[in-house]
Design a protein around this ligand. Sequence first.
Ligand code: ZN
Length: 194
Amino acid sequence: MNILTEKELLEIFKKTEALLSGHFLLTSGRHSNVYFQCAKVLQYPEYNKNICAVIANHYAGFKIDTVIAPAIGGIVVGQEVARQLKKRFIFAEREDKKLSLRRGFSIKKGERLLVCEDVVTTGGSVFEVINIINQSEAVPVGVGFIVDRSKGKVQFGVHQKSVISLEAISYEPENCHLCNENIPFIKPGSRKVV
Ligand code: ZN
């Protein structure tokens, strides 16, 4: 399979409206000139397959028993990477605000796991999954994720591979240059954004 270039990836993100340019009010209350919603691109299995191939290809030579992801965003990524690597796939989900293994999923002592996620901003969920692996006396081999929004700042202390880096730039409303230019803002998800 051909591995996508960064330019091809960006084209896919724009075509599927996963990546939008404009003037946006983010859920944090801050303003931004770009808006990114990974699920918009991953809703197409063919794109998901091609994007996850970058991660699967990267980890093809590693000794991995199982792929694991935090719910919900990581599931479509982990499932596809596991399918391509022909490995078992499990996920951790939140119960009382804490990620844990449910549904009879378990990790054996010494098992080697690859953690997958869609977007890393602070990496909180991935750190929690690595914690679950360590508590099981298993081995976190690496982390594979689609978008690094931390500009390489988040380091998991194991091998890591992101498909693309998209820096998250946002402004306090009072310092927003787009507001200063009287460009109306849009709250993504609340109405059609084109
Ligand atoms: Zn603004």
